[in-house]
Design a protein around this ligand. Structure first.
Ligand code: GLP
Length: 242
């Protein structure tokens, strides 16, 4: 595992954007796995800036997002699809046909999960997966549990995740209680993984993920077993990592 300690959020974001930019330049047909949350927003902004300078071309890039809430259509401003359109896709030259998303509106979630796994395989797997880190150690929506999930699945969100995400909704009742998410196995199959983490409030969980025991109680700890993972954090988030 490579660890990059950065000065602050902006520096973290430019470092992460450089990792993704180098992937896009070396293979303009790359398959990128993308994440939502506040952590990667700066990374997307840095990538948009590189695109505007003419340094990046996303026209043949394909993407798969990690997860989506059940019950929110793409038009809902709290859906992850909407987040991606607003923060990234609408601002670069990606072909809409190359954007892959889990549908939280599918009547048969299990079939939808299988369709998504099939699409990832059909497109040759994910070259680079961008990840954030949840306060409870989750990656995508793989919550702490007693086992690691292999494939994309339907998850019941934990109360701590519902609490963490309710700031984006008008009330807690509106926060979806279920989501579709890539499994740990899906994520671990990505050829390269870039994790962005910032802020003092993530320091303990970042240390547990990077240096603690590998356990499904801290889902991100499995990343210690991946052979090409870069953890990029600001000073406060990595303050407990030796
Ligand atoms: C959500 C997403 C995760 C994300 C996490 C952390 O739960 N499903 O993919 O990593 O939030 O978000 P933030 O970066 O805002 O702390």
């Amino acid at each position: 595992m490579q660890i990059i300690k950065t000065r602050d959020y902006d520096h973290m974001s430019t470092e992460a954007a450089e990792q993704i930019a180098s992937q896009v330049i070396s293979n303009p047909k790359s398959v990128l796995g993308l994440a939502t949350g506040s952590s990667p927003i700066g990374t997307y902004q840095a990538l948009i800036a590189l695109y505007q300078k003419g340094e990046l071309d996303f026209s043949s890039i394909k993407t798969f997002n990690l997860d989506e809430y059940v019950g929110l259509p793409a038009t809902n401003d709290q859906s992850y699809r909407y987040f991606m359109e607003e923060n990234f896709f609408n601002k670069i030259n990606i072909d809409e046909q190359n954007i892959n998303f889990l549908s939280g509106m599918d009547a048969n979630p299990e079939e939808e999960c299988q369709r998504y796994e099939g699409m990832i395989t059909q497109l040759g797997g994910i070259d680079l997966q961008l990840l954030g880190l949840g306060h409870n150690g989750h990656i995508a929506f793989n919550e702490p549990s007693n086992h690691f999930e292999r494939e994309t699945f339907l998850v019941e969100l934990t109360q701590s995740t519902i609490d963490a995400n309710k700031r984006f909704f008008a009330s807690e009742e509106e926060v979806p209680k279920r989501a579709l998410t890539m499994g740990i196995g899906t994520i671990m199959k990505a050829r390269k993984i870039v994790v962005v983490v910032s802020g003092q409030d993530k320091a303990k969980i970042a240390q547990a993920a990077i240096q603690g025991p590998i356990t499904p109680q801290v889902p991100a700890s499995i990343l210690q077993l991946h052979n090409d993972v870069v953890f990029i954090g600001d000073e406060s988030a990595l303050s407990l990592v030796s």
